[in-house]
Design a protein around this ligand. Structure first.
Ligand code: MN3
Length: 202
């Protein structure tokens, strides 16, 4: 038993159907995410890094081994990803998050376009993010399992919404059609969960 654990999904594997299929969710959670957790635990076992929190590891990712950077990022990113989706979600954000998205990006639709573009144009494997940087909402993307909490990130801040655009996240259902997967992701976003993260990040 290592320091970090695979979190249970807060819903069933088929909860995001038809937008994200149950087989993809099961493999993604029980195989991919589980592997990041196991590999992270192995990489820090019996080293001084065992005493660090995940956030501390990410903040110094640039000076740590690729195993810690990739698997620590993978563990954080997937934990966030599961938490901001849900059954019968989607729609538009309300409250302060909805207001701030509209004022910063012009409208919810132009935010959607910018976020979708960040995901679609990320070359190879990576993530699209909505994050809080210096108190302000920003869209960015990162390669591999990097994220905005890392010292090596081009745009640093606190991520509140993340989308996995690795092929393993969509290939079974969408094959090479990444933009279609991104469009459908908006049907499963739990904006209440994103709003809670926003409040905490401010
Ligand atoms: Mn993934």
């Amino acid at each position: 038993m290592g320091k970090f654990n695979l979190p249970d999904l807060p819903y069933a594997y088929d909860s995001l159907e038809p937008y994200i299929d149950a087989t993809t969710m099961e493999i993604h959670h029980s195989k991919h995410h589980a592997a990041y957790v196991n590999n992270l635990n192995n990489a820090i076992a019996a080293t001084e890094l065992e005493g660090k929190s995940l956030e501390e590891l990410l903040a110094s990712a640039g000076s740590l081994s690729p195993a810690v950077r990739n698997n620590g990022g993978g563990h954080f990113n997937h934990s966030l990803f599961w938490s901001i989706m849900g059954k019968d979600k989607g729609g538009n954000p309300s409250g302060k998050l909805g207001d701030d998205i509209a004022s910063i990006f012009g409208s919810f639709d132009s935010f959607k376009d910018q976020f979708a573009k960040a995901g679609a144009t990320r070359f190879g494997s990576g993530w699209a993010w909505l994050l809080v940087k210096d108190g302000k909402l920003v869209v960015s993307s990162t390669p591999n399992q990097d994220n905005p909490l890392m010292d090596v990130a081009e745009v640093k801040g606190t991520p509140i919404l993340g989308l996995d655009v690795w092929e393993h996240a969509y290939y079974l259902k969408y094959q090479n059609r990444r933009p279609e997967y991104i469009e459908n992701f908006f049907n499963v976003i739990d904006w209440d969960a994103v709003s809670e993260r926003y409040e905490r990040a401010l």
